[in-house]
Design a protein around this ligand. Structure first.
Ligand SMILES: [Zn+2]
Length: 182
């Protein structure tokens, strides 16, 4: 009987894909333009108030693709509904704007915020695919990609500090910017 219960539990895990264990992933820059740079890390604008995430921009809005950052195929859950804009300053989706979440184990997730939506936007499983456009939806002061790695909702910093990503680092789509836990 005990063995049967264990088997059923294993099947349930396989069906839902749910897992309690987390592991390290690799995240690359979200913009395939060599001009893309990191503008905020642990602090806004690198010396302001606490931020604990990466903000990345190439200085354009609604021009370049906002791409998935995890370098393997993952499920990106989409939360949309915010009107595209390039200046931000709205509370849409709690300030996140249009955004994606990749869910990992043990309370970990990886989020990419503020994108302007287009035909590519929607929940999907893919590897570094176009998710929308670099934009400024939600609580944002200019078009950029905000990426964070959280455990039970708390933003962590080790995923980018561990690989030396800091202000001015490249946010190009082939440059590793971090090793988030998922
Ligand atoms: Zn940010």
């Amino acid at each position: 009987m005990k063995a049967m219960k264990w088997m059923l539990a294993t099947v349930a895990l396989a069906v839902t894909g749910w897992s309690t264990s987390a592991s390290s992933a690799t995240a690359v820059g979200p913009i395939c333009d060599t001009a893309a740079r990191v503008g905020s890390t642990t602090y806004y604008s690198c010396s302001g108030s606490s931020h604990n995430a990466l903000d990345m921009s190439n200085g354009t809005c609604s021009v370049w693709n906002h791409r998935g950052m995890i370098n393997v195929s993952r499920y990106y859950a989409y939360y949309g509904g915010c009107a595209n804009n390039c200046s931000g300053g709205t509370s849409c989706n709690g300030g996140a704007g249009n955004y994606y979440v990749v869910t990992g184990g043990s309370g970990w997730d990886f989020r990419q915020l503020h994108l302007n939506s287009n035909v590519s936007s929607g929940s999907k499983t893919c590897d570094r695919c176009a998710l929308g456009l670099v934009g400024s939806t939600g609580n944002s002061t200019g078009a950029h990609v905000h990426a964070d790695n959280r455990q039970y909702g708390t933003r962590k910093t080790a995923w980018y500090t561990s690989v030396g990503t800091t202000c001015g680092s490249s946010a190009y789509c082939s440059n590793r910017v971090g090793t988030p836990t998922l």
